[in-house]
Design a protein around this ligand. Structure first.
Ligand code: KIV
Length: 268
């Protein structure tokens, strides 16, 4: 197989300028990261959604820096051509600029990520600026920010009311002005996402934010039907991997119980 050229954050900017959609999927381990990289995904996001879909927590808040480093390293070993963005987990960037800088640096130095992602809007503009000043590229994330689950009172669409929409527009500008190279728009009305995407010079990546964002991101477990815990409206299931795994495990159990496996061809 010929090795594809590695993409960079500059390519993502050019894609926005050309009107070419940017594809992003989450990954947390070597095998899935390898498959999506070979398929030509533009960006692999090592999301803190690992807390929900891999570790089985109720939300992303318990995820630690050590867990994010573990997942990031596994993904980095698999990816040859995509841009790798690692999420900064809750409490790794909120307490002080110094902690934020150190933890962003760890995801790049120890994890091998190309960029980091932070949630919230203008409240973290200074943090974005501080990390960008270390030459670490930053992706912002506004709207339905899962680390704010308790403030939002659940996973709810944000920005439906005029004043909330104006607030999100201000957040988007603040994060872009602070130097973020891309912005995730999660769980906001499609018209608002279209407006933000038109106004910002940097690419927007939507999840539950309609078709007019510059790119789309989804959680890999959701699109493969690997995690039935919850299935928001914005998810499209592209495969039924749970069904395939279940079939394989059922067959294994049946064959071992029935003395069919291992056969002579599997024995020494
Ligand atoms: O953690 C995550 O997977 C994310 C995406 C869903 C945007 O932040």
């Amino acid at each position: 197989m010929t090795r594809q050229k590695s993409k960079t954050i500059l390519d993502l900017q050019l894609m926005k300028e050309r009107g070419e959609k940017i594809t992003v999927l989450t990954a947390y381990d070597y095998p899935l990261a390898r498959i999506m990289d070979q398929a030509g995904i533009d960006v692999v996001l090592v999301g803190d959604s690992a807390g929900s879909v891999v570790a089985g927590y109720d939300n992303t808040l318990p995820v630690t820096m050590d867990e994010m480093l573990y997942h990031t390293r596994a993904v980095v070993r698999a990816v040859q051509q995509a841009v790798i963005v690692a999420d900064m987990p809750f409490l790794s960037y909120q307490v002080s600029l110094e902690e934020a800088r150190r933890n962003a640096g760890r995801l790049v130095k120890e994890g091998g990520a190309h960029a980091v992602k932070l949630e919230w809007g203008d409240a973290i503009a200074e943090t974005v600026r501080a990390i960008v000043a270390m030459d670490i590229p930053v992706v912002g994330h506004i709207g339905l920010t899962p680390q704010s689950i308790h403030r939002m009172g659940g996973y709810r669409v944000q920005g439906r009311k005029q004043d909330q929409a104006e607030r999100l527009m201000r957040d988007a500008r603040a994060v872009a002005d602070a130097g973020a190279f891309a912005l995730v728009l999660e769980g906001i009305p499609a018209t608002l996402a279209a407006q933000i995407s038109l106004e910002l010079a940097i690419p927007t990546i939507g999840i539950g934010a309609g078709p007019d964002c510059d790119g789309q991101v989804l959680v890999i477990h959701d699109i493969l039907g690997l995690c039935e815990k919850y299935s928001p409206k914005f998810v499209k299931r592209f495969a039924d991997v749970s069904g395939t795994v279940r079939q394989g495990v059922d067959d294994y159990i049946r064959e071992v119980k029935g003395g069919v496996f291992p056969g002579p061809e599997h024995s020494f």
